[in-house]
Write a protein that binds this ligand. Structure first.
Ligand SMILES: O=C(O)c1ccccc1N[C@@H]1O[C@H](COP(=O)(O)O)[C@@H](O)[C@H]1O
Length: 301
């Protein structure tokens, strides 16, 4: 993190230390940021709900919305007024949120800024000015639960939209595990599978997703994105060959928060088969998360 530092000194430190990214907390220009040599996170202090005039120059960089500087830049432990900010003004920006975050309010922040790429915290996880591992773990747990709830709400909205077209999807992946087994899985995307006939009608799927603000980003993997939210589609009928699970035996999922969304969900025994196959799948290259989920699923059996 640098504040109005001499550019050549920043470039020297980047080269000597091998920094991957640099956070700029002063009045550095977009031209300065472009010369740093590594990607930049440009911090802006937000006062009275106003984004700085020059913020659009940083549209291709990552920005950090923070409280205005107090005695020093950053780390003041105070929040800016989130509600005074017009969220639509952040469309198209890749941004992080900082300022006065704590394990107690990070969930609210994540829900308030659904398109934020992440949160940044300093004093809220410290005790007497020193980083406190227990507070850091608590913060991560709260942030992860809020993110998971957000993703589930978005997933249910997509499912309802698909239901409007008489498509009843099959929910897979970490979100499905959390729903059926009840333990947190820190999902990073939404995995939906469809019957062959629905899956083949990819033009319709693209149209439905576009109506919800999603763009097709990978035709081969059938992946869509909206900001940081990723949604992947696959053909559920391949499940038999992949994991010896017959899709026609999957039951309808239940969600207390929204009983109007109709979807199928693997039960714990089916999840175990799917995750066992995933851990042996060379394409997934032995994702450590798959094995962790499999172990927890087996404990639930
Ligand atoms: O991240 C740190 O450890 C840090 C240390 C010293 C000064 C600032 C630091 N981080 C930046 O501080 C703000 C958030 O501060 P807080 O959560 O309100 O205390 C953010 O810009 C961090 O990048």
């Amino acid at each position: 993190m640098f504040v109005n530092e001499d550019l050549t000194l920043v470039q020297d430190i980047v080269a000597k230390v091998g920094l991957d990214m640099v956070q700029l907390h002063g009045q550095e220009s977009a031209d300065y940021a472009a010369q740093v040599g590594v990607p930049v996170i440009k911090a802006f202090g937000i006062k009275d709900g106003k984004l700085p005039d020059n913020i659009s120059e940083f549209k291709n960089q990552v920005i950090l919305l923070d409280a205005p500087p107090a005695q020093f830049a950053g780390g003041s432990g105070t929040s800016f007024d989130w509600k005074a900010l017009d969220l639509s003004a952040l469309d198209g920006y890749q941004f992080f949120v900082a300022g006065g975050l704590t394990p107690e309010n990070v969930g609210e922040a994540i829900r308030y800024f659904p398109t934020a790429y992440g949160v940044d915290i300093s004093s809220g996880v410290e005790t007497n000015g020193v980083k406190d591992l227990e507070k850091i773990n608590h913060f991560i747990e709260k942030a992860s639960v809020a993110h998971s709830e957000d993703l589930l709400a978005e997933c249910l909205a997509i499912i309802r939209k698909l239901n409007d077209y008489h498509i009843v999807p099959y929910l897979m992946g970490s979100l499905a595990v959390t729903l059926v087994a009840g333990f947190p899985t820190n999902p990073d995307d939404i995995d939906l599978q469809l019957r062959q006939a629905d899956f083949q009608n990819f033009d319709l799927l693209t149209e439905v997703m576009a109506s919800m603000g999603y763009q097709l980003i990978d035709l081969h993997e059938h992946k869509f994105s909206k900001g940081k939210i990723l949604v992947g589609f696959a053909n559920v009928e391949t499940l038999k060959k992949y994991a010896d699970v017959d899709y026609s035996e999957l039951a309808l999922g239940k969600n207390q928060a929204d009983s109007s969304a109709l979807f199928y969900l693997p039960n714990i025994a089916q999840q175990i088969k799917i995750y066992k196959a995933a851990t042996q799948d060379s394409w997934r290259a032995g994702k450590p998360k798959d094995q962790l989920i499999l172990n927890q699923l087996k404990e639930q059996k």
